[in-house]
Design a protein around this ligand. Structure first.
Ligand code: Z5A
Length: 204
């Protein structure tokens, strides 16, 4: 692995966007190129799919939802992630395929393995090298939420199932996951995440 495709994961409000942006700044400050992407989104088609997925007025079934996330991701990987890695850049991703495993596979009950295999086809084997799981009690994350999107409005029991799924995924793939306590002040979380990313990369 190159160790340069790094995803930030966790429940809503865990601090993914904030920490991902700070880590990208550090990489740039060190002189390396970096592409920051978000899921769903990051391409013209992906951003349109994002609108459908997050609009509280969208009435879509669980498999429609799962396949739309996978479709946006397939486009992102082909158009942005693979080219960026190919030119030697880091890719810092705000969410990833692991959100689909946790939210659609576990939260919606579609099955983690089935959702994994559907996504694997679109990813063409390109999975994140490292996943930084920002661990936060879902109720604290919901308190930080300003405007709930369609999935964020699912309620605390759904978010708890998602949170438990992230923990299971991290335990199953300890070589890929870095688990960070996200209840702490932001500066500590950024330091911890960056130190862990560097440590993991030096091990490969
Ligand atoms: N979803 C899915 O179901 N399946 C998939 O495959 C994918 C996604 C990819 C959209 O994601 C929704 O799609 C999401 C999962 C689902 N819905 N839910 N639930 P999104 O990434 O666009 O939305 P989000 O995860 O809900 O993002 P968010 O609310 O923006 O959370 P965040 O990025 O983790 O947090 P943040 O924006 O960095 O910070 C939130 C606030 O907390 C902000 O005011 C910060 O200043 C504050 N903050 C951050 N860190 C701290 C600390 N350490 N202390 C205090 N305050 C903090």
């Amino acid at each position: 692995m190159s160790g340069r495709y790094v995803a930030f994961e966790g429940v809503e409000g865990a601090g993914k966007s904030t920490v991902a942006a700070r880590i990208a700044e550090r990489i740039e400050a060190g002189g390396d190129p970096v592409a920051v992407v978000r899921e769903p989104g990051g391409t013209a088609a992906g951003e349109r799919i994002r609108e459908v997925l997050l609009d509280p007025l969208s009435d879509i079934r669980p498999w429609t939802e799962a396949l739309l996330f996978a479709a946006a991701r397939a486009q992102l990987v082909r158009d942005v992630v693979r080219p960026a890695l190919g030119r030697g850049a880091w890719v810092i991703s705000d969410r990833s395929v692991y959100s689909s495993l946790a939210y659609q596979g576990a939260g919606r009950g579609l099955g983690v393995e089935l959702v994994r295999s559907v996504n694997d086809a679109g990813l063409e084997g390109l999975w994140p090298d490292l996943v930084v799981l920002l661990r936060l009690d879902p109720t604290l994350g919901l308190d930080r939420q300003q405007v709930p999107d369609r999935i964020g409005a699912e309620g605390v029991e759904f978010q708890r199932a998602v949170s438990a799924a992230f923990d299971t995924l991290a335990a199953e793939e300890p070589e890929r996951f870095i688990v960070v306590d996200a209840t702490r002040p932001l500066a500590e979380i950024v330091e911890d995440s960056w130190a862990s990313i560097q440590r993991r990369r030096s091990m490969t």
